[in-house]
Design a protein around this ligand. Sequence first.
Ligand code: SF4
Ligand SMILES: [Zn+2]
Length: 508
Amino acid sequence: MKREPSAKNNLNWCNNCNIPLIGKTCSCGSEPKNIPLLRPYEVRPALSADYKLIKTLIEEKFGEVPLSQVILLNKTGGADRNDLIIMNGERLGWLIFDPVKREHRFDIAVEALPFIFSHATKGIIDIYTDTDYSKEHGRIGGKKLKLNSPVENGTYIVKYKAKAGTGIVKDGSIKVKELIQVLPQEVPDPDWDEVIQKNKYHLKNLERSAVRSIKQHINDRPTANVSFSGGKDSTVVLHLGQKAGIKKAFFIDTGLEFPETIEFVESKDLDIIRKDGDFRQKTEMEGPPSKDSRWCCKLLKLIPLNGYLSETGPCVTVQGNRWYESWNRADLEESIENPGNPLQLNISPIRSWRAFEVFLYIWWQNLEINPLYEKGLERIGCYLCPAMLESEYEVVRNLHPELTENWDKFLSQWAEKNEFPEEYLKWGLWRWKSLPPKMREICRDNGIPINYDNSPDTEPADNRVKTRETKLRRTHEPSRNLMPAGKKKNTDKSSAGKKENTKRKNIR
Ligand code: SF4
Ligand SMILES: [Zn+2]
């Protein structure tokens, strides 16, 4: 069988035009530079809400700083939202959501200084005048210097002689991370239309090969259709499917959809399947679905799908699944028989596209997309989906309090009934049945004694971990004290835990 090309782990950038590239060439003919990306190597444009948020955070910290129109976000692992921001072909910094403080922050990268330093009017720490620096300190890289007057913890710009860099302030001291000679840079400021123009050749190729892949399989079953979810990926495959000659499409309404999604779907000519199961009854019996127990998929999607397939008979279904969405999809093949229903052969023609290519294609083809993307959601599914980040759930709380208030009420009643701590709802711990190491670490760092299964750790406080090393060891290696008597040992101890650690190391 033909081997799939491996996922791209970098992004090409034309410095001459100052634009990101899909392929290895720019239409201007100059040689692009290569930007390494962080796992899972997913990269997407910063849309209206993302852009506004980045601008606000930078202004709050460093004053008014001009930003380029084209900004990309490379999603990476962390306790919640953790996006590497790419601008002008450089790392600008990180956009991070703290699930405990319930706020976003911007951590500046040293590579951003040529674009930010000369404009910054605050957020700068001068090593000579603002710290206890003296000649005895010698080299300052990596040293902790006491601040003369306290500032909030966080990442700052530092000034030292003719150099500038970044440093981390923690509890009244600053640790200088890196110093460089900063040369202010002037770069072109193209808009997304120019990015599309310069990438047109590659967009055409992507389209051609996706349509070819659909056509290759269209006759593998007597009928063909497109599975439409209301999201950006299925918007693209619906369009590609139509170009390949497919006339039928379907959408499964889980009963937990956003009103925007329903309105968007109803504007299309497709079958809407509305045989949703009793989600409310099941949650009241079993508790909420979670990232590690997504029973909702079976109840709300697979069962209705099987009902639909029994009416349509054997079919080819074009779907928008992609490698870069998550590691679970990293080995997705072009065509695969649905393991739960042999009637359906699933085709994934855009499996090798990143969200960057998906959005460029949507804009190039002028396709209408779900308005929720521009409002700050990265992924669109059910409004209470446990796979959502807490940063996204905050967006949903603002957009649709009428939906989240009911769900929050249920979660808080469930927590009370099971004697879970209030952080179960407050920090979004309900999203796991077995808390992963990163969340247990947050709990312990904040003095919340909690077990893997969200129940309180009733171990006497005196016996609790006292040193950071012990804390970390306990976080990664389950100790008997953390397991309530009679509970089954959880499975979150081997590869999943290790994967998290690898991801965390890769963040910086
Ligand atoms: S989108 Fe989320 S909540 Fe909805 S069925 Fe899928 S996993 Fe469950
Ligand atoms: Zn160019």
